[in-house]
Design a binder for this molecule. Sequence first.
Ligand code: F42
Length: 144
Amino acid sequence: MPLIGEYKPSPAKWVRDQVELYESSGGTKGTTLRGMPVIILSTLGKTSGAVRKTPLMRVEHDGVYAAVASLGGAAKNPTWYANVLANPAVEVQDGPHRFDAIAREVTGDEKALWWERAVAAYPDYANYQTKTDRVIPVFVLEPV
Ligand SMILES: C[C@H](OP(=O)(O)OC[C@@H](O)[C@@H](O)[C@@H](O)Cn1c2nc(=O)[nH]c(=O)c-2cc2ccc(O)cc21)C(=O)N[C@@H](CCC(=O)N[C@@H](CCC(=O)O)C(=O)O)C(=O)O
């Protein structure tokens, strides 16, 4: 079930431009960052109720995806992290494929497994974690 609400683009031009190219090309352009695959995560704003669209590195295993709230190793979580906690029903676009999913934050051994998969997909995640005392959260996104 697609998320219902007004789409509010990111204030970051490079982000909203990537979302625009990704979606307007049907998931055939704007699908990478430095040659590595990117997905688009759509969430509902926890305050505004608006639809927010966030490019993330693609981390996938056996049809289940992960969303890594790295924010480049910043000291704080990205805003979309709070949105997903408040509204775990999300939408994912992976190339031309769009699907609904339920997000669940992972911890412990499960997180360690997904963190390994995330770093394998995008090695810079490991560098980001060394830059901050914040423990970078990871959600799994289970298609519904
Ligand atoms: C800039 C800010 O974005 P953010 O949600 O903090 O997310 C920051 C980044 O994570 C986001 O830009 C990502 O797309 C950056 N990014 C990645 N970010 C990551 O964290 N991980 C990645 O793997 C990643 C990959 C990636 C690849 C390509 C690319 O172009 C960008 C990539 C933002 O959109 N702020 C809005 C508000 C957004 C919002 O959700 N507001 C809530 C309110 C929330 C509240 O009340 O706290 C609402 O609408 O209700 C604003 O300031 O108006």
